[in-house]
Write a protein that binds this ligand. Structure first.
Ligand SMILES: NCCCC[C@H](N)C(=O)NCC(=O)O
Length: 430
């Protein structure tokens, strides 16, 4: 069977898998009420059900990265998406809450395989100077999945019920499984390397081992070596710290505290506050590829990220401290948009980590730094809740939101410790 040779099509198919994973991440809120009624779940039960995904997803990032480096992204995603497929069917047919939890954990496990895989695909198929742009697009495609899990999923489940909705999701999951199985290879066909023609691309290919997955299969000690290479790299830790702080705040604001912060601090109805979060998310969607493109054009990661993080500090300061004093709603809209667009700038940390670690360990490296935002979110969410322990007022929400400002300042400061990956690779080549 003729394999797909367009890197964009390959990326798009993996992107579809990423989108499905993101969809599941945010799907529980919409079906919480019917789940409560049908399976007698409490609020704590709903929260646990939603968290099952995050726990498995976060903890499995490094194991998934190891598998991706050892087995190649194609096999790992096939296995992962099959787990999502089976999990969706179990979810749809679950007669008891316990089976529902198991199904959700299975979905989380499957979805966890996709991010490290898509980054490996990007590393194997795209030129280093295209990497930040395509990584930015990956974040967009994921967020589109998250958006589809809101109103469109509401309408789907209104028509078919939560069980029917999950059966439809299972059918959609078959699409990337079948395409990847039949038409996708881990690496571009050899002739594509020649077609690329760029010196830089050829040199990079030479500088990395041709068949890393076979070697890893034969030498399990290479996995330990890969872990050592990644964990002992101080620059990978710097990127993890920035991701912990900035993505932790981004997920905490957009996923939990944002609407209530705006409601209390700007004295607006919750519905209007939720609409304003959409402005922040629009900033994320536009900022992600834009920042990646600027970074690829300038061939700089550190400087671009630093500029974005400085804007982020200014954005949070305006939103938390300055604008509430003046109650200028019209200014809040551009500030939210700009803060959203720079909140996503740490996508460059994934690109930077990938550039500092040999290509054979891209999976482990991506998995290692991708754990940080999940821990960051849970720590920031809990600390924020601490500020609200006695009462929920404008002052307590403002105090909690200062965590976002503090996290941005820490992220910005940490960015001075980053090392330019593109320069490092170029220097090694000469
Ligand atoms: N709204 C969720 C934030 C996601 C951050 C980022 N765009 C991303 O894709 N991270 C990787 C992941 O596995 O979630």
């Amino acid at each position: 069977m003729k394999k797909i040779s367009s890197k964009y099509v390959v990326w798009l198919v993996f992107g579809l898998a990423f989108m499905i994973g993101f969809f599941h991440r945010y799907s529980i809120g919409i079906i919480a009420d019917p789940l409560r009624e049908d399976l007698l779940l409490s609020t704590a039960g709903i929260s646990l059900l939603s968290s099952m995904y995050f726990y498995t997803y976060g903890f499995l990032q490094i194991p998934c990265g190891i598998m991706v480096d050892a087995q190649g992204p194609r096999r790992v995603v096939l296995m992962g998406m099959s787990a999502v497929f089976i999990g969706s069917i179990f979810f749809a047919l679950s007669p008891t809450p316990i089976l529902l939890y198991i199904a959700r954990a299975l979905i989380g496990f499957g979805a966890a395989t996709v991010f490290t895989s898509i980054f490996k695909i990007q590393a194997l198929w795209f030129k280093p100077t295209e990497f930040a742009t395509i990584a930015g697009m990956t974040a967009v495609i994921g967020n589109v999945g998250g958006m589809l899990a809101t109103a469109p999923f509401y309408h789907l489940t209104n028509a078919l019920g939560w069980r029917g909705g999950h059966l439809i999701l299972a059918i959609i999951t078959l699409m990337p499984i079948l395409i990847i199985y039949g038409w996708i290879t881990d690496r571009p066909p050899a002739k594509n390397d020649a077609e690329e023609g760029k010196e830089e691309y050829k040199k990079l290919e030479k500088s990395t081992e041709k068949q890393p997955q076979k070697q890893l299969q034969k030498q399990p000690q290479k996995i330990t070596e890969g872990l050592k290479v990644v964990v002992s790299n101080p620059y990978a830790w710097v990127n993890a710290v920035i991701l912990f702080m900035v993505f932790g705040s981004y997920m905490s604001f957009s996923g939990l505290w944002g609407p209530h912060f705006l409601r209390y601090v700007y004295e607006i109805p919750l519905e209007q506050a939720a609409n304003l979060i959409m402005i922040y998310m629009a900033g994320v969607l536009i900022g992600s590829p834009a920042i990646g493109m600027i970074s690829d054009r300038l061939q700089k990661r550190k400087r671009v990220l630093q500029t974005a993080l400085l804007l982020l500090v200014a954005g949070w300061a305006m939103m938390i401290l300055i604008l509430p004093a003046f109650q200028k709603m019209w200014l809040l809209i551009p500030v939210l948009f700009i803060t959203g667009s720079v909140s996503i700038s740490p996508m460059l940390c994934f690109t930077n980590t990938k550039e500092l670690i040999p290509q054979e360990y891209t999976g482990i490296a991506t998995g290692f730094v991708n754990m940080a935002p999940f821990f960051g979110t849970s720590v920031i969410n809990s600390l924020f809740a601490w500020f609200l322990r006695t009462e929920e007022t404008a002052a307590t929400y403002q105090a909690g939101a200062l965590l976002f400002l503090l996290a941005a300042i820490i992220g910005f400061t940490a960015s001075f410790l980053m090392k330019e990956g593109l320069e490092t690779k170029a220097n090694k080549m000469h």
